[in-house]
Design a binder for this molecule. Structure first.
Ligand code: FES
Length: 237
């Protein structure tokens, strides 16, 4: 793995002039920094965190042009500070941001075998209002491909079931500009599997994005869509 851009934070407080990430301190965690991009709507206007619905999930492509991520406004503020373990080791999930500390983001590529939302359909989604049959409740991300359930209020950790455990969904780090009520994505932490994803879906990504585009980092802005706009259909389980 290319660790060129890894920055190890060990209880260091970051100073982000004019911004608040919503987290007082970065605990021991590894953040892979990617381009800092502003989250915008389909017309290129900055999205306002306070306008995000809690009743559906959003998707934006980050950190690469072809890698979808979920943006969720949870109904209540998650405590954060969860100690999680991925294939790259232990890390601490920082929690939510936004005015109420409820906005979180995770890669939408399943940690199990890399299923992901496409424009045709999504096997993986967040159950905001209608309970997942597999989980028996709302507030979970469930991948119907092989029924893995993840808890976005616990850093994307897989909820234990009779299925073989898999690592948590990698988290997208958000920064919040409180004065403007705007959000930025700045990096990924936990174990990301983007290289595996590019290999597994090489043909599909080439067809959808054209030569060389899928692996390009998103720059400047990322368009945020409702999952129902991003994918024509959604599996339920
Ligand atoms: S790919 Fe998601 S559960 Fe297997």
């Amino acid at each position: 793995m290319d660790r060129r851009n890894f920055i190890k934070f060990c209880g260091v407080t970051t100073a982000l002039a004019g911004f608040q990430a919503g987290y007082p301190t970065l605990r021991a965690a590894e953040l892979k920094q990617y381009n800092k991009v502003k989250l915008v709507d389909g017309k290129g206007q900055p999205i306002k965190a306070k306008n995000l619905t809690t009743k559906e999930s959003y998707v934006f492509n980050y950190p690469f042009m072809s890698t979808p991520a979920f943006l969720l406004n949870l109904p209540t503020k998650p405590p954060g500070g969860d100690k999680l373990v991925g294939k790259d080791g232990e890390y601490t999930w920082e929690g939510g941001t936004g005015v109420d500390g409820t906005v979180v983001a995770f890669t939408a590529i399943c940690s199990h075998q890399l299923s992901y939302p496409t424009k045709d359909g999504s096997p993986i989604s967040y159950y905001a209002t209608e309970p997942s049959e597999d989980a028996g409740r709302t507030g979970v991300i469930v991948c119907c491909e092989h029924d893995r359930i993840y808890d976005p209020a616990q850093g994307g950790k897989m909820i234990a079931t009779n299925k073989k455990a898999t690592q948590p969904m990698a988290a997208i780090r958000l920064e919040y500009d409180a004065a403007a009520d705007e959000l930025y994505a700045t990096g990924v932490y936990g174990t990301e599997r983007f290289n595996d994803f590019f290999k597994a879906y090489k043909k599909e990504l080439l067809e959808e994005y054209g030569p060389g585009v899928a692996k390009q980092e998103v720059a400047d802005t990322a368009a945020v869509l409702l999952l129902s706009e991003y994918s024509a259909t959604k599996d339920k389980c």
